[in-house]
Design a protein around this ligand. Sequence first.
Ligand code: NAD
Ligand code: DAO
Ligand code: ZN
Length: 381
Amino acid sequence: MSDTQGKVITCKAAVAWEAGKPVSIEEITVDPPKEGEVRIKVLYTALCHTDLFTLSGDDPEGAFPVVLGHEGGGIVESVGEGVTDVKVGDHVVPLYTAECRECKFCKSGKTNLCGAVRATQGQGKMPDGTRRFKCKGKELLHFMGCSTFSQYTVVSKYSVVAITDKAPLDKACLLGCGLTTGYGAATKTANVQEGDNVAVFGLGAVGLAVIQGCKVRKAKQIIAIDTNPGKKDWAMSMGATEFINPLDLGKDKSIVDVLVEKTDGGCEHTFDCTGNVQVMRQALEACHKGWGVSTIIGVAAAGKEISTRPFQLVTGRKWQGSAFGGVKGRTELPGLVDDYLAGKLTVDDYVTHRTTLDKIDQGFGFMHEGQCIRCVVDMWA
Ligand code: NAD
Ligand code: DAO
Ligand code: ZN
């Protein structure tokens, strides 16, 4: 039993007080976990663009004040009643896509989305409708069921998975979002097959992980596309067969024309990993007539809509989306950790930058510079 069990913990967290303002490092209190909840000592969190997105006010559901962060790893400090799958001392990764194994979604066998904590997670609250964080007399909202920008966090038992303590948590934390999302989108949602031609738009952590998934599936052409020329070497190192910067094409050739030409009529699979709705359209239209499938992974800004001519769909192209790569976190994430430890899934290379909680703003700066794939924050340094 830990000596903090059952007690309110005071610790440091990056608090986002309002949209468009930097986070501030505050002393906050974290209540003990209630029934069905798990309190985690967060050791590492990685910065993902979704956190920035909410901070900047682009997230339509963003609300404040909030403890952001959803890509993290830590150790279970205490558990509430009715928690059996994880125990004190376990190494864990919080899951923004929960898995209860009992709801209609979980039992359908058709999706990794889970209904159990969906409504309260969307409101920034725990499943009983209350919160565990306070700062300066105010309650703080939880974020995506994870809130890993705090040294301690509380999550639902459905929103956490134990992983082997052989996996270094400063790397394995990336499996809590970007890597699993991209790899799963290719291997599960799209289910890319040997010999397929694919195009991946946007080469951040998500797009690079899509490339890894396509390579594992022995795709024939893996065409990597990004407006940042610095992403070419990254893409090739993950298994892309070629790189195209759409800005190099000139006015007369669109990226769609180029892809259709290079793949003898279009790709079997394309992936949007940018969140840009114009790119989503290009990705759909670069699919092969009759059977090409485009998977949207990128999250678009508030109010954005996608469009194409309906004839694109009438003639057999399909549009679909993928959340957390279609991966059921509690059931399947440990297998991805095993793949990582067995050298089948590259993770370490994605950690291009590091910082500390006190300097988390420096990390956000790295992300804006365009060189950063993931910045890992040491929560206790
Ligand atoms: P990132 O910002 O690191 O990478 C995006 C890349 O897209 C960058 O390299 C950028 O240069 C490139 N890009 C931007 N505009 C482009 C354009 N017009 N054409 C080609 N390339 C362009 O982000 P990331 O962490 O890799 O995440 C990618 C997207 O996936 C984001 O929108 C993020 O919110 C979303 N996401 C979705 C899920 C999910 O479950 N669906 C999970 C994680 C992230
Ligand atoms: O079940 O209705 C639902 C929503 C589940 C959340 C899926 C989130 C997908 C995008 C997340 C952005 C990156 C972390
Ligand atoms: Zn469920």
